[in-house]
Design a protein around this ligand. Structure first.
Ligand code: XMP
Length: 185
């Protein structure tokens, strides 16, 4: 899989040491508060597993399915959300976890659903990656592990057509790999 990368942006050791810092900040901010981490599937799975094991606080974990990409490298513009577990959100401090903040549509949709369908004490967002770009939806993340340019990236939970989620690093795919997949080769 690494051979399909044009370049590596973040190796696993760099990601994990940044997660140490991020987890320490989150731990300080949520100490003594009823915390529910709401992970947005599937992209945040690897990030969630590594981040949560670095947060030594009592917390509840909930997950919500969100899909907007299909097989393409640009968002379809329509976000489909799964069911929310309201009993894990009401009266609690909710921390959303997502893999990447790109157009902003996914995060904005989840925040809207959480605040419309439940009564959380607070809602914040934490993302592994945030693209430096103008967003379609004005939404920001409270915790960001890394900022990147406007490039399509894979690895560490992020996929292209369902592949590369288990790559331990984050990188940019070669153009010929994207072209071959687009042609169905
Ligand atoms: P939006 O555009 O809604 O994007 O902010 C959020 C979701 O879209 C997926 N996404 C990507 N997936 N490489 C990926 O593998 C990317 O560069 C990328 N940009 C967006 C991702 O699932 C994210 O949660």
């Amino acid at each position: 899989m690494r051979n399909d990368l044009e370049c590596t942006l973040f190796d696993e050791d760099v990601i994990l040491s940044r997660l140490d810092q991020l987890a320490a900040t989150i731990t300080d901010d949520y100490r003594g508060k009823p915390l529910t981490v709401l992970a947005i599937l599937h992209g945040s799975l690897v990030f969630m597993a590594d981040l949560l094991r670095r947060i030594p606080l009592p917390l509840q974990l909930s997950c919500v399915q969100a899909a907007s990409y299909g097989n393409a490298t640009v968002s379809s513009g329509v976000v489909q959300l799964g069911q929310l577990e309201r009993e894990l959100l009401d009266g609690r401090h909710v921390l959303l976890l997502d893999d990447i903040l790109d157009s902003g549509l996914t995060l904005a949709s989840v925040i809207e659903a959480v605040t419309n369908k439940a009564e959380p004490a607070s809602v914040r967002a934490c993302v592994l990656l945030a693209k430096r770009k103008l967003r379609e939806q004005e939404v920001s993340a409270d915790y960001i592990a890394f900022e990147i340019g406007d490039e399509f990236v894979v690895g560490y939970g992020l996929d292209y057509g369902g592949h590369y989620r288990n790559l331990p690093c984050i990188g940019i795919l070669k153009n010929e790999v994207l072209a071959a997949a687009t042609l169905g080769e």
